[in-house]
Design a protein around this ligand. Structure first.
Ligand SMILES: [Zn+2]
Ligand SMILES: [Zn+2]
Length: 112
């Protein structure tokens, strides 16, 4: 039996390709395929130590617009992102001190 049916598919707003894995902007709903997602969407993790369900995703235009409008949801995501960056930088500074301390110990260990 042959049946013809109409099916709705999500397509990339940039190239028009329909793909199973399409990401969209949480604000305007613009959709992007895997290839165009990197250049057009910004992802915001929902937590300090993990990401996944609950993450935010905004196109660059909306980020600009919502930042100017001080959108509380986007600001909450940005707060997490800032904390992640801060933790990463603090971690790097700490690692430097650890390396320096270990280098000092290494000097004494050699002279034994
Ligand atoms: Zn595309
Ligand atoms: Zn958008």
């Amino acid at each position: 039996m042959i049946k013809s049916k109409t099916k709705e598919v999500h397509c990339c707003d940039k190239c028009g390709k329909d793909e199973d894995y399409i990401s969209s902007c949480d604000n305007c709903g613009a959709e992007y395929c895997w290839d165009h997602r990197k250049d057009n969407l910004i992802s915001y993790p929902h937590s300090m130590y993990c990401s996944g369900s609950g993450d935010g995703s905004y196109c660059k235009k909306c980020v600009e617009k919502l930042t100017a409008a001080k959108d509380p949801r986007l600001l909450a995501y940005i707060a997490i992102l800032d904390l992640r960056t801060e933790a990463e930088e603090a971690g790097k500074a700490f690692k430097k001190r650890v390396d320096a301390a270990e280098a000092r110990i290494a000097r004494y260990a050699k002279s034994r």
